[in-house]
Design a protein around this ligand. Structure first.
Ligand code: HBI
Length: 99
């Protein structure tokens, strides 16, 4: 299998490195909510996420209203979380302007 299902201990370790991301779906997904200056900024972020998703073949479940973008990541093949979810989360975080 391309990616193994992570156990709770591994999830806790990897989640600790992802500020702003939270565990959801009874530990089977991670999520983060983003706020931008306006819709245009939010959609630009979504566009960059979409290109990233295609590049690594891992796609967000997401919700957008105006300047808000909520993203959920999980790995269908393992019905839970894999390293790919955290790889995608890290890549998404890198799209954000530096603090
Ligand atoms: N995106 N978030 C997410 N999770 C997956 O398991 C996944 C995906 N994008 C494509 C993909 N899997 C393919 O490997 C097929 O399983 C659709």
């Amino acid at each position: 299998m391309k990616y193994e299902k992570l156990d709770p201990a591994a999830i806790d370790t990897m989640l600790a490195e992802r500020r702003g991301w939270e565990l959801g779906r009874d530990g089977a997904a991670i999520s983060r909510s983003f706020r931008f200056r306006d819709f245009s900024e939010a959609f630009a972020f979504m566009t960059r996420c979409a290109l990233l998703a295609e590049k690594i073949d891992h796609h967000p479940e997401w919700f957008n209203v105006y300047n808000r973008v909520d993203i959920i990541l999980s790995t269908h093949a393992v019905s839970g979380l894999s390293a790919l979810d955290f790889k995608m989360a890290e890549a998404i975080d890198r799209l954000l302007p530096a603090d």
